[in-house]
Design a protein around this ligand. Sequence first.
Ligand SMILES: [Mn+2]
Length: 308
Amino acid sequence: MKERPNIVEIIGAPCDLGCNQRGANVGPAMIRVAGLADRLEELSIRAIDGGDVPVPLRERLGKASPQNRGLYVATIGQICDELFARVQASLRAGRFPLVLGGDHAIAIGSIKGTADYCTTRGAQLGLLWVDAHADMNTPATSVSGNIHGMPLSTVLGLGFERLVHVGGVGPRLRPENVALIGIRDLDREERTFVRETGIRYYTMKDIDQRGMYAVITEALDDLTKRCAALHVSFDLDAVDPVYAPGVSTPVRGGLTYREAHLLLEVIAERGLLRSMDLVELNPMNDVGHQTTRLCIELALSALGKAIV
Ligand SMILES: [Mn+2]
């Protein structure tokens, strides 16, 4: 599967239950209204809108507290089970699932869906996690208890059992097949975990020193030794807040506009990208819809839009 995917299935996951801040649940609607499908069609990519996975209204679930945190874990588990099934169905139909978050917790469903699809076909999935944060907390290390800070450790097999077993299957991803790119804000225990778990990681310092092209080329050269398929989980907060203010947890010192595009352009050139998440757009914090527009542009770069 070297060619550019020519049918993209847009799947919305309008969930903000993984974080304290409201607003990420509006992300998929904003990206659609701003014209994602039309822009894909301009690239001669057929866009099919698969609609949203059902997400219950937060107002009807009650507030999360240390005492009833299980409430959101169970609900996020259901949302991710559904997303797991939807992503697998999309891949089976020969489509490219483009998953719109929602907070980053929803990536548990999409990544497990693609990883399980690959595993059952004897292939390994490579995961590129692009983020300001490592998202590698566990219920034991998390200060906030927010599940959007835990999805990477969850897909590696650590954390809430309900979420580790989304889709009814165990962990399907090997740590050596994961590359974390753009990190600059980690909790203390998370740092130890990132170092010890065996994943590849590239901090903003690495990107500053070596340049994005060298970093992403090295990451891809290694992943593609073992992996015939790639998934990108792109958290908008990886990008500097100057270009992407519309996120829930902005951190200064992030990717420039061009570094973000170059990353995805180089990934697209390899021809192995099978699925992608674009998460953590929070339109409530956006300035003039620029982060929504950036989401669309990044999707186009990942799907093969070249400058010339
Ligand atoms: Mn994240």
